[in-house]
Design a protein around this ligand. Structure first.
Ligand code: XMP
Length: 186
């Protein structure tokens, strides 16, 4: 079986921030907290495509609660490393979330722009509750009013890849989280 670890693409990376084992341990901790917080309630996990595919699949398998899953796809970045500032829904939810306990699962929050848009969009659909989990968060997000209940790791303000995060559709299947070397995108 082949798999991609940081060592396989080391010349494209400047630093490994978290190994796959560290990420798995943190996901397991968050799963325990979420299970406890939602005891007795059914959760609808809303994954934000494509980046959140890894965290949603790992999180739901680490949880004991009954979970349902749905997905939204949102564009904010194109293929570069800077937010375009324009948020568009490319794929909407397949289910009605009115009266549901919704937990949005994000891969990473950077400026917080995408999440602010998502929160106001989903709030208008009248869920019973709406909380946010993100696997990674950059310091920029702290300057915006984005109420994130569950955070995997706060990371430096650098462009990162792996664990679902890509650059120009590459490195998503890298199992660790690493800083992309500037020579790859400059
Ligand atoms: P904002 O700025 O709206 O960004 O909070 C959220 C979305 O931007 C993408 N993003 C990244 N993707 N490495 C990536 O591969 C990064 O360092 C990075 N920072 C932001 C991501 O899609 C996220 O959902």
């Amino acid at each position: 079986m082949t798999r991609v670890d940081a060592a396989d693409v080391i010349s494209d990376l400047s630093e490994v921030l978290y190994t796959s084992d560290q990420i798995a341990a943190r996901v397991a901790e968050l799963a325990v907290r979420i299970d406890a917080d939602y005891a007795g309630r059914d959760i609808l996990l809303v994954g934000v495509l494509n980046g959140a595919i890894m965290v949603v699949s790992d999180l739901q398998r680490a949880m004991k609660s009954h979970v349902e899953m749905d997905w939204m796809a949102i564009s904010s970045y194109g293929s570069g490393t800077q937010s375009s500032g324009v948020v568009r829904i490319l794929k909407d939810l397949g289910v009605d979330i009115e009266g549901r306990h919704v937990l949005v699962v994000e891969d990473i929050i950077d400026t917080g722009l995408t999440l602010s848009y998502l929160i106001s969009n989903l709030t208008s659909r009248k869920p019973a509750s709406l909380e946010i989990m993100t696997m990674f968060r950059k310091p920029g997000a702290l300057r915006m009013e984005v109420p994130v209940k569950y955070v995997g790791f706060d990371i430096p303000n650098k462009f990162v890849v792996g664990y679902g995060l890509d650059y120009a559709s590459r490195y998503r299947n890298l199992r660790d989280l690493a800083v992309l070397a500037p020579h790859v995108y400059s």
